[in-house]
Write a protein that binds this ligand. Structure first.
Ligand code: ADP
Ligand code: MG
Length: 431
């Protein structure tokens, strides 16, 4: 996959119908959007298209609805299986309840709050009552230059996630150009994230353009020294990322829960720390690989340990990497903070994925805070990938000091693994 994709700025959009896949899957509580980052993130592309006189057709998913726009309201396979597993006398009631829930999804998972918010943010947007149905078709056909409509939740059709060609084609028939700006779903091959590109000229929006240019450059041609910081709960979540980055970095820092699998593999006592027993060989392989490649591998040298996996558990700092029985490592210690921070001085590029401890709990957030500070002060091109990592950096107040915080959790991980993302691979390369 190349990272050099055509963007909306590279094509003529004036007077054209443009289908824009956004990621408007925002958290909503009691009808109120609690975090509008994704909507705000989509504005540059939308406003650009409006200014250029395009006819803008926005499209997004919201949550995981049942397939409610089927002609016969039908339950999906999973739901059916669940019901079939029930005792016979309970099946009828369970089916009725599931169908009732599916009907409720139309209201609960409607994009109406998003349309309202777009209007408040200065983008005059009309919400369609359906996705590819008569209302969407009529509204798309009637669009004037610079006008904006929003299709209903594209996952109201089960065909979306199946990347069904007929559904992709129906979506594509609403427009003349396809713009993908939904980085958060770019690792999914769905109709609206990839399938439509078979039927329309396809380019990226500014959000995806920024994601792939910053992260693509880091992977292809990083400013050195290149340091990767990996943490989080599990080695198994990050095998792909470690494997890809170990080929490219000068220094690899490992913290967070995953460090204890490495210690266990080396025979150090880890108490009741989180550990993946089936990944010990893998941890040793990674250490050998780092050694063979001349990559400096840094592991914690001290820890903050707790009695239990609980926010208010008794905790203390120990001055070693060995964890006594009855305790678990929940954060890196002060010496480790110093060690990691020092290794970041003078870095050219830093890619960070995974907190250094249970950073969502104040008693165990110092390690992540110290590393965030060191990354900010390093002056390096800094890239934060992963949902929890992005949340931690934001919550600790360092977001505006990072070069790039990826908007895609799973998508950014797959990107850092060097995998091909279907929603990006389907877009036209620059000439
Ligand atoms: P991301 O979403 O950025 O990829 P992960 O999901 O891999 O990050 O890791 C975040 C999770 O790791 C958090 O829920 C955090 O509490 C957990 N974690 C970090 N350190 C530890 C630890 N020492 N023990 C248990 N869990 C940890
Ligand atoms: Mg996570």
């Amino acid at each position: 996959m190349t990272y050099n994709k055509k963007s909306v700025a590279d094509i003529d959009v004036a007077g054209k119908k443009v289908l824009v896949r956004c990621d408007f899957n925002v958290p909503i509580k009691d009808g109120i959007i609690t975090d509008e980052k994704r909507i705000v993130g989509a504005l540059p592309t939308i406003k650009y298209l409006v200014e250029k006189g395009a006819k803008v057709i926005l499209c997004s998913h919201m949550g995981r609805p049942h397939n409610v726009f089927n002609e016969k309201l039908a339950l999906d396979k999973k739901e059916k299986k669940k019901i079939e597993a029930l005792p016979e006398e309970e099946r009828e009631a369970a089916t009725a309840a599931a169908l009732e829930k599916a009907k409720g999804d139309v209201k609960k998972l409607s994009l109406k709050p998003v349309a309202d918010r777009l209007n408040e943010l200065g983008v005059k947007t009309t919400l369609c009552a359906d996705v590819i149905g008569p209302d969407a078709q009529a509204k798309a056909a009637a669009l004037k230059d610079g006008e904006v409509i929003l299709l209903e939740n594209v996952r109201f059709h089960a065909e979306e996630e199946k990347n069904d060609p007929a559904f992709s084609q129906a979506l594509a028939s609403l427009a003349e150009i396809y713009v993908n700006d939904a980085f958060g779903t770019a690792h999914r091959a769905h109709s609206s994230t990839a399938g439509v590109a078979a039927y329309l000229p396809a380019v990226c929006g500014f959000l995806i353009e920024k994601e792939i240019s910053v992260m693509g450059k880091a992977l292809d041609d990083p400013k050195r020294p290149f340091v990767a910081i990996l943490g989080g709960a599990k080695v198994s979540d990050k095998i792909g990322v470690i494997n890809n980055l170990i080929e490219k970095v000068d220094t690899l820092i490992i913290g967070g829960g995953m460090a204890y699998t490495f210690f266990r593999a080396m025979g150090s006592p880890i108490g009741s720390s989180i550990c993946e027993e089936d990944k010990l060989d893998l941890a040793l392989d990674m250490m050998k690989k780092a050694h063979d490649k001349g990559v400096a591998l840094l592991l914690p040298v001290d820890n903050v340990i707790g009695r239990e996996y609980r926010e208010d558990t008794t905790f203390m700092r120990i001055y070693s990497d060995a964890i006594p029985d009855g305790w678990m490592g929940l954060d890196i210690g002060e010496k480790t903070q110093e060690l990691f921070s020092k290794s970041l001085i003078g870095a050219g590029t830093v890619v960070w994925n995974g907190p250094m401890g249970v950073s969502e709990w104040p008693n165990f957030a110092s390690g992540t805070r110290a590393v965030a500070k060191a990354v900010a002060e390093s002056g390096a091109i800094s890239i934060i990938g992963g949902g929890d990592s992005a949340a931690a950096v934001e919550q600790l107040g360092y977001a505006d000091q990072m070069t790039h915080i990826s908007t895609g959790g799973g998508a950014s991980l797959e990107f850092l693994e060097g995998l091909e993302l279907p929603g990006i691979a389907c877009l036209q390369d620059k000439d």
